[in-house]
Ligand binder design. Structure first.
Ligand SMILES: Nc1ncnc2c1ncn2[C@@H]1O[C@H](COP(=O)(O)OP(=O)(O)O)[C@@H](O)[C@H]1O
Ligand SMILES: [Mg+2]
Length: 256
């Protein structure tokens, strides 16, 4: 069974793409076959992994596949990164939301339909776009298992409440259950001020009885690895204590 996990949070700059690369790297480091999927029309994941050409490539791309999921195989659309496979975003995806809504037919189930029969991987990890809307809904409905990155600032509580409300709506409208596997407080920079401390505690109080709350600290090694197009588990990456955190996230995903 291929497991599907969405890295989802509608705020920009909270670490979705960074966490996607490193969780994918950690899962691959466990010996698993991983597909990372770039659902952000801006294509940061695709670019950071070095596949700029795929972002501007001609059809068929993820854009075409999401418009007509039954006409495309995921395997034909993927490229090979050293650590894992990638289903790249394409620049045409900027028009996708409008196209999906205009088409009327289950616009929020397209990614789920595309993943039907995509069984070549142990885990499919989807990097979600920074907005609430049809593309993000596609990620939630196709994976129904989320890792939610947040930052230790005040606006993250509000963002999380918006997200939970949106998931409630999807759950009742589509009769599904969307599971939150864990929360990653991302890019945490010490020393913490009081606001940051309070926010991290708020996330811990809210979630830690049910699911793990991980803390990924701000590390130059993380930034440099991504600059080189790899995770902190990549061949050229420097040693960092954050490997342990990403290994723990991968273990939770893998063993549940
Ligand atoms: N743990 C970290 N250490 C250092 N830099 C980080 C870390 N997490 C995120 N960043 C940086 O923060 C910025 C936003 O992160 P990104 O993963 O692109 O967020 P999102 O995908 O949610 O928009 C990027 O420049 C990224 O390099
Ligand atoms: Mg991103």
């Amino acid at each position: 069974m291929t497991q599907r996990v969405g890295i989802l949070q509608q705020k920009g700059g909270v670490g979705k793409t960074t966490n996607t690369i490193n969780i994918a790297g950690a899962l691959a480091d466990r010996g698993l076959d991983v597909l990372a999927v770039d659902m952000d029309p801006q294509g940061y994941l695709t670019h950071r992994l070095g596949f700029e050409d795929a972002y501007t490539a001609n059809e068929p791309t993820l854009y075409n596949a999401l418009k007509e999921p039954t006409e495309h195989d995921v395997e034909d659309l993927t490229v090979q990164h050293v650590e894992f496979d990638l289903l790249p975003a394409n620049i045409d995806m900027f028009r996708l939301e409008q196209d999906l809504i205009a088409s009327g037919m289950r616009p929020r189930m397209r990614l789920d339909q595309l993943f039907d029969g995509a069984d070549a991987w142990d885990v499919i990890l989807v990097d979600a776009p920074p907005s609430l809307g049809p593309l993000n809904d596609n990620v939630a409905l196709a994976t129904q298992q989320l890792v939610v990155p947040v930052e230790a600032d005040d606006s993250s509580q509000l963002a999380l409440n918006h997200l939970l409300r949106q998931l409630d709506t999807l759950e009742s409208r589509y009769d599904v259950h969307v599971d939150i596997l864990g929360v990653v407080v991302s890019n945490v920079e010490y020393p913490l001020d009081n606001e940051q401390k309070n926010n991290i505690e708020w996330f811990q109080d809210r979630f830690e009885d049910h699911v793990p709350v991980w803390e990924v600290r701000n590390r130059a090694a993380i930034k440099r690895a991504i600059k080189n197009g790899e995770s902190v588990f990549g061949e050229n990456a420097e040693e960092t204590d954050m490997r342990e955190v990403y290994a723990a996230i991968a273990e939770e995903i893998n063993d549940g």
